[in-house]
Design a protein. Structure first.
Length: 311
């Protein structure tokens, strides 16, 4: 089974988990009348929509490059993640609006023990599936899978907060606390949605790798360079599971085209072995040409100017 197929299969599990938790949390709300549990059930409904969108996106992103999408289809994962974030954000607003209404006219709560048990069971389902999504997403580099995992783990925290609120209501008899908890949950949902939208926006804008990732990549390249070679003008970005990098490889000016190609090919092979999902582009330049340094471009990318470029 391919990595893409495994990701789709896991996302299918997330769809089933969302359906199960919607049923459990809806039943819990029907039993208790708790607006906190209603907000929790609403977030699970968003989970289902997001899981279905993620499954479709992973299926599309797995398509190979073609004449109209020569770099592949992985960027749809950022688009899907953005939709998920927007839906989560809307759910947060709806939760807060409904909870404010209940704050002034609280609904009497009933059967809190049975409702809490159903909600706790739903949380266990989300905890297991969310942990699986996070682990696989991080190992595979799939932002969409990792985002789905974060979303489910956020749902677990939401459910814990709701259950604690119900416990306090049961002990104190203050019905308004249920609405207060729901408002806090809505704020948490808003934050989750904003985070997902921001990550999606960064991906669609070709955000560079993190500073630690870039440093590790530079060290990897430096360690593999043969004598009298260097590199500069490194540019990076990420799309779904794939990472993209390009740089200029500076070789001795007296090297033949064949020799320069061999150096570039060996370097590319080594980097691809270290990073299987890497898409690499190397531009070869001779070290005895002053114009190769492109000082303004080096400054724009924040790279340190070598002595040759300062002369």
């Amino acid at each position: 089974m391919t990595a893409a197929a495994k990701l789709r299969g896991l996302q299918g599990v997330a769809v089933l988990a969302a359906i199960a938790t919607i049923g459990l949390k809806s039943a819990a709300y029907s039993l208790t009348g708790s607006v906190g549990l209603l907000s929790d059930a609403l977030e699970s409904g968003i989970n289902l929509v997001a899981a279905l969108a993620a499954y479709a996106s992973l299926s599309y992103s797995a398509r190979p490059a073609d004449p109209t999408h020569t770099f592949g289809h992985e960027k749809i994962e950022f688009f899907s993640s953005g939709i998920e974030g927007a839906l989560v954000f809307c759910a947060g607003l709806g939760t807060i609006a409904y909870a404010i209404g209940q704050l002034w006219k609280p609904t009497p709560l009933e059967h809190l023990g049975q409702g809490a048990l159903l909600a706790a069971l739903a949380s266990v389902v989300n905890l297991v599936v969310g942990w699986m999504l996070l682990q696989v997403g991080r190992r595979s580099g799939s932002l969409l899978t990792e985002a789905s995992g974060h979303h489910l783990m956020s749902d677990v925290l939401t459910s814990v907060g709701v259950l604690l609120g119900l416990g306090i209501v049961r002990m104190t008899g203050i019905q308004e606390l249920d609405a207060v908890v729901a408002i806090l949950v809505g704020g948490h949902i808003l934050g989750t949605g904003f985070h997902l939208v921001r990550r999606s926006f960064e991906g669609l804008m070709d955000h560079a790798w993190s500073p630690n990732e870039i440093l590790a990549f530079r060290l990897l390249v430096k360690a593999a360079l043969p004598p009298r070679t260097d590199f500069h003008l490194l540019k990076t970005r990420r799309a779904g599971r794939r990472s993209f990098a390009e740089f200029h490889l500076v070789v001795a000016g007296d090297k033949s085209v064949r020799e320069s190609h061999a150096i570039s090919h060996d370097l590319e092979k080594m980097l691809m072995q270290a990073m299987p999902e890497l898409v690499l582009s190397i531009h070869v330049e001779p070290d005895d040409e002053r114009d190769i340094w492109e000082v303004d471009e080096l400054k724009r990318l924040g790279e340190e100017l070598p002595p040759e470029a300062r002369a």
